[in-house]
Design a protein around this ligand. Structure first.
Ligand code: SF4
Length: 391
């Protein structure tokens, strides 16, 4: 069964830049001349710039990036793996991160001082990471402290967060987690405290606590930074204080999407990311990280049918990679990560050609104090039993 592109929605097209005024972006995020998307030589220009920079350049491509950008990536992966790859290539002076802002920050934290991390479009943020600002997290911690619970509460922060929030976690004795090791991180935290403050993705926190650690939904409370109404008693009685954040891509899938695809495709297996809502992961057949999704499809038998609940660029590539299997997108509508999609060929060419000319544009830097505490939280994750450099 051939891959069928879901129906585009007007909102998705707007976020992708179609129908928007391209001039409004020019000159805001990218000082200088961005080549027009219609330039037929963009692929050749990117290839020439990459060749000119040689080993001084290492391009990272997140799994959710567009094909036009992924073709130039030296390695592809999820955000943590990519940052580790950048650190493993110290000969590369320029790390061009085709991903979003928090990923480039993580790469800057993990790479050596002489390596410079570049994000081709500064507007490539992450809606989930943006849902936890440091002043909001400090306010939540102040409430936890006022309730007398700071000593018994361990912060666990998902990789998809700003460097500030990672540093907060490091300062307060907590650890970072990825979607692959969230269970181990929570187990580690509960050996040290009575409850966890889980930032910033409420769905990953709830799914892991309830499905993997056997807690009840009532053990989880949600801290809304815009309406912080939880009482000291509610905070004390909770095992999981979940930050009210979510991924705008994975949060779109619903239990109805699952029921709908089961009705449409006989024998389909539903495979979703743990950033999806609780009711979605409960109704799916398999749940796991992006790397787990890729591996599961690699190992699936020919003729099997899969509905995938993750970002559309990746699902589309998986469908092309596995023509002997039916691979479809879980939702009927387009579901790209709009901020990931901001990194396109014109931005990549612009960043690379500037490097060739000796100009470093859109460099992402994390100050030393923030990097120190963020690294402390990352190191605690790497020290967890069973969590290796590849996790
Ligand atoms: S897919 Fe979700 S979590 Fe990932 S960058 Fe996009 S908004 Fe953020």
């Amino acid at each position: 069964m051939a891959f069928t592109e879901p129906a585009p929605t007007p909102l998705a097209l707007l976020l992708l830049g179609h129908g928007a005024d391209p001039e409004s972006e020019r000159g805001v995020e990218c000082p200088g001349d961005l080549p027009p998307a219609s330039d037929p030589d963009l692929v050749a220009r990117a290839a020439a710039a990459k060749e000119a920079l040689g080993d001084r350049l290492y391009i990272l491509g997140h799994h959710y990036q567009r094909d036009e950008v992924i073709q130039f990536a030296d390695t592809t992966g999820d955000s943590f793996k990519l940052s580790q790859q950048a650190a493993a290539h110290p000969e590369a002076e320029f790390i061009v991160f085709c991903g979003v802002h928090f990923m480039a920050e993580s790469a800057d934290i993990l790479t050596a001082d002489h390596q410079r991390v570049i994000l081709p479009d500064l507007a490539a943020g992450c809606s989930m990471a943006d849902m936890a600002a440091i002043h909001q997290v400090d306010a939540a911690w102040a409430a936890i402290t006022a309730a007398g619970l700071a000593d018994s509460t361990i912060p666990i922060t998902y990789m998809n967060s700003s460097a500030d929030i990672k540093a907060f976690t490091g300062r307060h004795g907590g650890s970072i987690c990825t979607s692959s090791n969230a269970k181990r991180s929570l187990e580690w935290a509960f050996e040290r405290g009575e409850r966890v403050l889980f930032l910033p993705d409420q769905h990953l926190g709830r799914n892991t606590a309830v499905r993997d650690l056997g807690m009840s939904l009532d053990d989880c409370v949600v801290w809304d930074p815009h309406r912080p109404t939880l009482t000291a008693e509610q905070l004390r009685d909770a095992k999981m204080i979940l930050w009210r954040g979510h991924c705008s891509v994975h949060g779109r899938f619903t239990a109805e999407s699952v029921a709908d695809v089961r009705g449409r495709v006989p024998g389909v297996q539903v495979l979703v990311h743990p950033e999806c809502r609780y009711e979605v992961v409960e109704s799916a057949d398999l749940v796991g990280s992006t790397e787990f999704i890729i591996k599961t499809l690699e190992e699936a038998p020919a003729g099997s049918a899969w509905a995938i609940g993750t970002e559309l660029n990746l699902v589309r590539r998986l469908a092309l990679r596995h023509p002997d299997k039916t691979v479809i997108f879980l939702d009927r509508d387009v579901c790209f990560c709009s901020t990931m999609n901001r990194i396109d060929l014109p931005h990549l060419v612009w960043a690379l050609e500037n490097l060739v000319e000796g100009r470093v544009v859109n460099q992402i830097t994390v100050d030393e104090e923030t990097a120190h505490w963020a690294r402390a939280a990352l190191d605690r994750m790497l020290a967890l039993p069973g969590v290796g450099a590849k996790d």
